[in-house]
Design a protein around this ligand. Structure first.
Ligand code: HSE
Length: 299
C-alpha cells in the first residue's frame, strides 16, 4: 500500500509575519512516495535530485515521521522515496516540503488519524533538525494549504486564512545557498516598541486584506521593518529587484522565508508574469544565475 504525494513549496514570513505567516504555492514542489512496510521503523529508501542524508534520524522526513508514529504509539513500518525539485537553501520551504510530505503520506495510509493542522506539530520536528528551531510557517501552509497564520506556538494554534482568487506569487531564486540556521543567527534578539507596532499593524492589515479581498490593503501591509533590513544584505541586488517588482505592478515583495529567494505578490497571472520578467531582468549580465517561478497561491 503506497501513496504518491505532491509536496508544495511555500513562502514563509510574507514580509510582515516572521515565523507566523505562510503561503502555499500551487505549482512548485517535490514529489514523494510513502509506502507501508512489514518491517517496523521508518526508512528513507530513495532520494532523487538532492544530496541529502538517508539515515532516518538525520533526514527531516524521517524525524517528522518518527515523531508522528511515536505520538500514535504505532509500530507500523514505512518506506519513503523523495523526489526533490525544490533546492535546499532556496528559501521556499525545501525542508518543510519533505517534513510535511512524510507526515501527510503516513496519515493517509493510516486512515487519517490527524487533521492537516494537527500534523503541523510533527512536521515541525523536521524543521527543528534543518534549522535549529521548530518554526511552523512553512510546514503549516504546506499541510493546510492556502495561507496560514501560526497564532501561537505554545500551545500550537494554526489558523487557515482565505486567499483572494486572483492572488499570484512570483519567486526569483538567485542561485546562492543561504542556510536558515545562518540567516536566523544574524537576527537581533531585541526590537523597539515603535518597530513592533509597525509590524503587528501590518500583520493585522495583511490578514484583513486576505479576508476582505482587498488587494490594496494587502499591498500596504507587505512591509517588514524588522527582519528584511538585516537579512537583505545577504541577497545580491535585493533593492533593485524590489524596485523592479514594484514598477511592474506587484502588490509588494520581500524575502521568501530566510532567503535568498525573493517573492512578489500580484493581482492576476498576467501581472505576476510581467513582474517575473522585470525581476529577472535585474540579474541580466550580473553573473548570478536565477530560477523563476510564477504560481497561483493554492486556494
Ligand atoms: N520563518 C523562518 C525564517 C522561515 O525566516 O527563519 C524559514 O524558511
Amino acid at each position: 500500500e503506497a501513496v504518491k504525494i505532491f509536496c508544495p513549496a511555500t513562502i514563509a514570513n510574507v514580509s510582515c509575519g516572521f515565523d507566523v505567516l505562510g503561503l502555499c504555492l500551487d505549482s512548485v514542489g517535490d514529489e514523494m512516495v510513502v509506502r507501508k512496510s512489514d518491517t517496523p521503523g521508518v526508512r528513507i529508501t530513495k532520494i532523487d535530485g538532492a544530496d541529502l542524508p538517508m539515515e532516518t534520524d538525520k533526514n527531516v522526513s524521517g524525524v517528522a515521521a518518527v515523531a508522528m508514529l511515536e505520538a500514535l504509539k504505532s509500530n507500523q513500518g514505512f518506506e519513503i522515496e523523495i523526489y526533490k525539485k525544490i533546492k535546499a537553501g532556496s528559501g521556499i520551504g525545501s525542508s518543510a516540503a519533505s517534513s510535511a510530505g512524510a507526515v501527510f503520506g503516513i496519515n493517509e495510509l493510516l486512515g487519517k488519524p490527524f487533521t492537516p493542522a494537527e500534523l503541523v506539530q510533527f512536521a515541525m520536528q523536521g524543521e527543528a533538525l534543518a534549522s535549529g528551531t521548530a518554526h511552523a510557517d512553512n510546514v503549516a501552509p504546506a499541510l493546510v494549504g492556502g495561507c496560514t497564520l501560526v497564532r501561537s506556538y505554545t500551545p500550537l494554534d494554526v489558523v487557515g486564512i482565505p486567499v483572494p482568487s486572483e492572488l499570484y506569487a512570483t519567486v526569483v531564486h538567485p542561485q546562492i545557498e543561504v542556510k536558515t540556521a545562518d540567516s536566523r543567527a544574524v537576527l537581533k534578539k531585541n526590537l523597539t516598541l515603535s518597530k513592533a507596532i509597525q509590524q503587528w499593524g501590518n500583520v493585522g492589515g495583511f490578514v484583513s486584506g486576505m479576508f476582505l479581498n482587498d488587494y490594496e490593503l494587502i499591498a500596504r501591509s507587505l512591509e517588514d521593518v524588522i527582519v528584511e533590513p538585516v537579512r537583505s544584505v545577504l541577497i545580491p541586488l535585493f533593492k533593485d529587484v524590489k524596485a523592479a517588482a514594484a514598477s511592474a505592478g506587484a502588490l509588494g515583495s520581500g524575502i521568501s522565508g530566510s532567503g535568498p529567494s525573493i517573492f512578489a505578490l500580484s493581482k492576476g497571472a498576467e501581472t505576476a508574469t510581467k513582474v517575473a520578467e522585470a525581476m529577472t531582468k535585474v540579474y541580466h549580465n550580473s553573473g548570478i544565475a536565477i530560477e523563476v517561478h510564477v504560481s497561483k497561491i493554492n486556494p
